[in-house]
Write a protein that binds this ligand. Structure first.
Ligand SMILES: Nc1ncnc2c1ncn2[C@@H]1O[C@H](COP(=O)(O)OP(=O)(O)O)[C@@H](O)[C@H]1O
Ligand SMILES: [Mg+2]
Length: 228
């Protein structure tokens, strides 16, 4: 087992059965080795399968074929419970829309992922306040998501994604709903957080300006990931 590989996709394939006879092939022959602290961008037109690939990598969905190894463990034969544990303890997600919980304020939204992992309640709140202050939200700690702008919500979502100290961060078009100025701000923040915390990240984006900030960029095609 190579300990420096955080996520390993081997010969991954995804297809959907839409009717009894119809199979839609999304992609096949996907190979990827994401190393410790590596920042990899995934680029492809809409509908190619970026979300499917990230969801499979984050154990939110299952592949039709091939394998997903996380921190050296093959996830195929794992129980649902074990998969949940890996997600909770080792993976952080950032989605296109923030998916924050509207009934909780910014600090609580961030702290929750740390509390669920098993950290102390009050320490988690304290940690979350500090994290949010680092991303310029010290004046917004007690606001709920609906009282905040899209850019602010995504900054909270990034803090939430890393609050459980994950080894793997998966971001699915994290700036897709933001204007250019906020896109750059949020993306820079994501990159600096990932580097600071030494997290490995797989980030899908359409934005060519942003993707240049990654260590390497791969294009997703129907028949594999291609370096660009
Ligand atoms: N549950 C599903 N059933 C059938 N087709 C699906 C399902 N989910 C996604 N797809 C199809 O898979 C393809 C890839 O989708 P997606 O992974 O969301 O791509 P992207 O994120 O690159 O836009 C699309 O053609 C989409 O319609
Ligand atoms: Mg998508």
């Amino acid at each position: 087992m190579n300990k420096t590989v955080v996520l390993e996709l081997c010969d991954l394939k995804k297809s959907f059965k839409v009717a009894t006879t119809n199979e839609i092939k999304i992609f096949e022959k996907i190979h990827l080795s994401l190393k410790s602290s590596e920042l990899v961008g995934i680029i492809a037109p809409s509908g190619t399968g970026k979300t499917s690939l990230l969801n499979i990598s984050g154990l939110l969905d299952q592949a039709t074929g091939g394998s997903v190894r996380i921190l050296g463990q093959d996830t195929k034969t794992m129980t649902a419970e074990k998969r949940n544990l890996i997600r909770r303890n080792h993976i952080g997600f950032v989605f296109q829309s923030s998916n924050l919980l509207n009934e909780f304020n910014a600090v609580e939204n961030v702290a929750l992922s740390r509390i669920i992992k098993g950290y102390n309640f009050h320490d988690s709140l304290d940690y979350s306040r500090k994290l949010l202050s680092k991303v310029g939200l010290e004046e917004r700690l007690h606001n709920r998501p609906l009282e905040l702008s899209g850019g602010e919500q995504q900054r909270i979502a990034i803090c939430r994604a890393i609050a459980n100290d994950p080894q793997l961060l998966l971001a699915d078009e994290p700036t897709g709903n933001l204007d250019q100025e906020n896109s750059t701000l949020v993306f820079d923040l994501l990159v600096s957080m990932v580097k600071q915390k030494k997290v490995s990240a797989l980030v899908a984006t359409h934005n060519l300006d942003l993707i240049r900030k990654m260590d390497r960029v791969l294009k997703l095609t129907k028949t594999g990931l291609v370096s660009i």
